[in-house]
Design a protein around this ligand. Structure first.
Ligand code: ADE
Length: 425
């Protein structure tokens, strides 16, 4: 296990001395998360989570700190780990540890340490789990079956995690109810599109500082996340090429003005590649063999399986870190291929993740789902549950108020018209 950490009976972080810088980051995020502020105020007053123990495994960022502290203010006892070895912000982790939160997280951990941290957080015997990617819930089902009886339910933040949990549910392997936070409209329609779009380009630019205008920007996967990346890359003057396996998604990309082609063709012309599919082996050896000199390759999907780095290593003659989060692979014919953030989430590893303004809504869904599990978890069927429409509308309404946007209201006549099937031509 690595050395020179700050540790105590309730945390292990890189360096507690970073806490002051972390607190300023959290203050900054908090000032841009008005929905979370409103929820925190209400539920701190009601102490809605008093007596509940929440164990979370989700990127330790300044925005996550706002969520954690709101849950704690509502009375919950918290323990937390990061859900990706490269996404923890050490300053934020230090600030949380200093504030008394039980946290086990640092940037740059290995796989063994990753699961050690999860196991430490489970020592508090949670009543609820909060996941991003489903590694925590899977760990409970795999190695801590004794905890299941005491768990009312869990939540899942991301597309990949929900996919995993639905597969577990189909197999009847899921042992407690889970709320699919990802599938709330106020999550996927904003976080996945605008959040991923902006933060992924932010990561690419921090790691490379290249000019995007005029570049061929290849987006693998034109789902919510991929379309967000395409939107922002096109906005900066890149020419977007999408690759897809799903006809409707490919059609959308075409009608949004992008070229669609097979990856075998895109590999030859792309300048920058980003994978956003949730599937493994999107970029493999035969693609690296045909890429242009100087091609930049990165991933924004949850797991680091989309770019096959083993095959790239086999083809490369040498490798060096040329900039932070940017590795140069020199191929046998002299071509250089640049891999960002070791093929892990480029938006969190090379930048700061999604901006606070979108995480405000995603985490409002997490927060309200925790309150729901506290109140109704015992009665929920063991399945993956959607967020109720009313919760989406509540969050969107609070957000709109803070954006100074006016909302029209239907008149009584309009409401009657809505139900009047006899009204026509
Ligand atoms: N996922 C993407 N961006 C994030 C952020 N800023 N905080 C936590 N999780 C995230």
């Amino acid at each position: 296990m690595s050395e020179n950490f700050s540790t105590s009976d309730h945390f292990k972080v890189r360096d507690l001395g970073l806490a002051k810088a972390g607190r300023m980051k959290i203050d900054w995020a908090e000032s841009r998360m008005p929905v979370m502020a409103a929820l925190r105020e209400e539920h701190a007053r009601k102490q809605s989570l008093k007596g509940f123990r929440i164990t979370g495994c989700l990127h330790v960022t300044k925005e996550t700190a706002v969520l954690i502290e709101a849950l704690a203010a509502a009375g919950a006892q918290i323990s937390w780990s990061g859900c990706n070895p490269l996404s923890t912000n050490d300053e934020v982790a230090a600030a949380l540890a200093e504030a008394g939160i039980s946290i086990y997280a640092w940037h740059g951990m290995n796989t063994e340490e990753f699961y050690w941290c999860i196991d430490k957080t489970l020592e508090q015997k949670p009543t609820m789990t909060l996941d991003d990617g489903a590694d925590l819930i899977f760990r409970v089902h795999d190695k801590h079956l004794d905890l299941i009886e005491g768990i009312l339910g869990g939540t899942e933040e991301t597309t990949t995690g929900v996919h995993r949990l639905r597969a577990m549910s189909r197999d009847q392997a899921l042992k407690y109810p889970v709320i699919a936070v990802n599938d709330a409209e106020t999550k996927w329609d904003f976080d996945n599109v605008y959040g991923t779009g902006q933060s992924s380009l932010d990561g690419i630019l921090r790691a490379t500082s290249v000019l995007l205008a005029g570049k061929n920007f290849v987006v693998a996967g034109y789902g919510h996340c991929g379309s967000g990346c395409a939107l922002r890359a096109a906005g900066m003057g890149a020419s977007v090429i999408a690759t897809e396996v799903k006809p409707t998604a490919a059609l959308k990309a075409t009608l949004n003005g992008h070229r669609v082609m097979k990856m075998d063709e895109a590999a030859k012309v792309g300048d920058v590649f980003i994978t956003a599919t949730g599937m493994k082996d999107i970029l493999v050896g035969r693609h690296f063999e045909t890429m242009k000199d100087g091609a930049i390759v990165c991933n924004t999907g949850h797991y680091d399986c989309e770019i096959n780095l083993v095959e790239l290593e086999e083809l490369a003659e040498s490798k060096r870190t040329i900039r932070d989060n940017c590795e140069e692979y020199v191929m046998k014919d002299g071509r250089r291929i640049y891999v960002l953030a070791q093929g892990r989430l480029v938006n969190l590893a090379a930048a700061e993740g999604h901006p606070s303004e979108v995480m405000d809504m995603s985490f409002a869904n997490q927060f309200l789902s925790m309150v729901k599990l506290a109140q109704e978890g015992k009665d929920l069927e063991i399945a993956v549950h959607d967020i109720p429409e009313a919760q989406d509308q509540q969050i969107a309404a609070i957000k709109l108020e803070t954006l100074d946007a006016g909302l029209d209201v239907l008149t009584a006549e309009q409401i009657a018209y809505d139900d009047d099937y006899a009204a026509g031509t």
